[in-house]
Design a protein around this ligand. Structure first.
Ligand SMILES: [Zn+2]
Length: 632
């Protein structure tokens, strides 16, 4: 299947750095939807076509990866991931992401308690929901006390609640006289003493403030932690993420680790970040300072400031605690939002806005339309995040102002709570995925990890395709679900469009960044229930192999060891794959052993024919281990 205009003239093209061949490539590019081989040089795709087309680009130093007939997709791009804050804290956290039962989670906790030195905490900070647990419930405080009698334990469940064991309550010093902060509740027993349960009622600030009382990683370990977190994201085929900042994520202090990694050229994931004022009442001061000193676009293709958000003004933030009624936002918020948006637009800044409810979106649009009526509305470069209950009228107004939407699988984690409060009928279009596309809006996909959803993008892709929660509750009718190709498009080129980077990423196209993933199972062929089990076996970002497993193990850039050594990640890793341990799930799917062996022989013959392997010598490796630029 040689492709006109892509096939290189023989001898005219310098050798590739990396070639992936024998693949089933879904390019995402309508001009050439399917291919079997790609060539990469200097971090870019240089050719996309079939194995014969690409063969001319193999040189003595080219690393040739045999995909063994596996599915290859463009690198995934999570449009809403608190990746910088998540990276800073990753090695401090025990992740319950993917843990199938509370009993398994508590066993992890008990083991971690024995590994944790005095003075340190155990934190389970989101990424899980009672919906995934066989027991369908939260742990009790006494279960936490039994698992960790002496070590402080903090367990965050969505933005709904946090549980502290006895040792954690003592560590934070909450007692009978500790007042409830606005929007939060410290639950108390008959005698008025805190029980250890904290509720977001409905704001999560109490939960965050309490978490912030624990010890942090050292600056040096935050760098190591960030590298390990980015590698964990690469494990699922992510090559880009849009950082939504978040509470307790102050610019520029809390950005030191990613900035240092960017300076060293050690980021394995591209990050576009948005700036989020941290102090209620002082938001405009922050925005004025930033617009005077930072410019959207500052940075490079690996780490770039993309604008402001997901919060501009705290009073305009509607927390999505579906166990609590929808918050009524104070009228004062809109004066400040008006001033903030005008300031940003005056300085050419784009922005993103957290808005869960249609009512909130409508208030924001009132402000935006007033500004637009005064002239100078940019037409694009802004979008809403979440939008679970946006109305059709809201979608039309967003479209009229050139806005877009970033959606996340938060309903997968809390759809049951939503349906219990608002009814199954309202849940059917929360969010109205199909209507967003039918309205012609650009939509990017993501997770809202790490404190609400898990960062595993395959959960979110499964949610877009099946419309089911983690407990299997079916939320959406077929008309509000996506076919797999559309879901993947949202997670690649949709997200890239939100940052205006669709000319350089989102599809496997010659000239774009060489970002791709070789999958453990064919996303387009597996049963619905197996979409969430897919992982990447080989992830390439900018031509560098940033994650490698199974046959490819050892090809990825080495990482420094986990530090501190007692980190839960050193013992448990991150996302707990179903089945646990051994090869990633799906490694053997798609191709049986005999098929893989035949492909291996085919690869050997192919390499021998090009003088890349000695004739007649059996080769156990499925790739040619030449030096890889940028990999040292
Ligand atoms: Zn948000």
């Amino acid at each position: 299947m040689p492709v006109d205009g892509i096939r290189p003239a023989p001898g005219a093209t310098p050798p590739a750095d990396v070639i992936v061949r024998n693949a089933r490539i879904h390019t995402g590019d309508d001009r050439l939807p399917e291919a079997t081989a790609v060539a990469v040089r200097d971090g870019l795709f240089t050719a996309v076509g079939d194995d014969a087309t690409i063969a001319g680009q193999v040189g003595p130093d080219t690393r040739v990866v045999d995909a063994l007939g596996r599915r290859v997709i463009p690198g995934l791009n999570d449009s809403h991931l608190h990746v910088i804050r998540g990276g800073r804290n990753y090695l401090l956290e025990l992740r319950w992401d993917g843990v199938p039962s509370l009993s398994a989670g508590l066993a992890m906790l008990a083991e971690q308690a024995r590994r944790t030195p005095p003075g340190e905490w155990i934190r389970v900070v989101g990424g899980w929901s009672t919906e995934q647990m066989a027991e369908q419930r939260m742990p009790t405080i006494s279960e936490l006390n039994a698992a960790a009698p002496d070590t402080p334990v903090f367990v965050l469940h969505l933005y709904q609640s946090a549980l502290l064991n006895r040792a954690a309550l003592a560590a934070v010093g909450y007692g009978k006289d500790t007042p409830n902060p606005p929007g939060g509740e410290i639950v108390r027993d008959h005698a008025g003493n805190p029980t250890g349960l904290l509720l977001a009622a409905p704001t999560a600030i109490l939960l965050y403030q309490t978490l912030a009382k624990g010890p942090m990683l050292s600056k040096a370990d935050q760098i190591v932690s960030t590298r390990h977190f980015l590698r964990e994201l690469n494990r699922f085929g992510l090559t880009s993420a849009m950082d939504a900042a978040g509470g307790f994520q102050s610019f520029p202090d809390d950005y030191a680790a990613v900035m240092e990694l960017a300076k060293r050229g050690e980021l394995s994931l591209r990050i576009s970040y948005y700036l989020f004022p941290q102090v209620p009442g002082q938001e405009l001061d922050d925005l004025r300072r930033w617009t005077a000193t930072v410019h959207p676009g500052d940075g490079d293709e690996w780490l770039r400031c993309a604008g402001a958000g997901e919060t501009l003004v705290w009073a305009g933030l509607d927390y999505e605690n579906f166990r609590e009624p929808r918050p009524e936002l104070h009228a004062r918020a809109w004066t400040d939002v008006d001033a903030a948006v005008r300031l940003l637009l005056d300085h050419g800044w784009g922005f993103r806005i957290h808005a869960t409810y249609g009512e909130t979106i409508s208030r924001y649009l009132d402000v935006f339309e007033k500004i637009a009526a005064d002239g100078g509305w940019p037409g694009s470069g802004w979008f809403f995040d979440h939008a679970e209950t946006v109305t059709q009228r809201g979608l039309d107004r967003i479209a009229a102002l050139g806005g877009a939407i970033s959606v996340q699988n938060r309903m997968m984690f809390q759809g049951r709570a939503f349906a219990e409060r608002y009814g199954a009928e309202m849940a059917r279009s929360a969010p109205p995925l199909r209507a967003m596309l039918d309205t012609g809006l650009v939509v990017g996909a993501g997770t809202d990890a790490t404190r609400v959803s898990s960062y595993n993008p395959w959960l979110s892709l499964a949610w877009l395709v099946t419309g089911r929660t983690l407990s299997g509750l079916s939320l959406y009718p077929a008309r509000n679900r996506m076919d797999r190709e559309t879901a993947l498009r949202l997670y690649t080129s949709g997200s890239a469009q939100l940052t205006g980077e669709n000319e350089v990423k989102g599809t496997i196209t010659a000239g774009k960044y060489a970002d791709l993933a070789v999958l453990s199972a064919d996303y387009f062929a597996v049963a619905d229930e197996n979409i969430a089990r897919i992982e990447s076996l080989l992830t390439v970002t900018g031509g560098t192999i940033v994650y490698a497993a199974a046959e490819y193990e050892g090809l990825d850039v080495p990482l420094p060891p986990v530090s501190p050594a007692w980190s839960p990640v050193a013992r448990f890793g991150g996302y707990q794959a179903p089945g646990g341990g051994g090869l990633p799930p799906g490694v053997t799917q798609g191709l049986d052993i005999a098929g893989a062996a035949a492909e291996s022989a085919d690869q050997m013959t192919w390499r021998q024919a090009r003088g890349l392997a000695p004739a007649g010598v059996p080769d156990q490796r499925l790739y040619q281990a030449g030096p890889l630029p940028g990999c040292l």
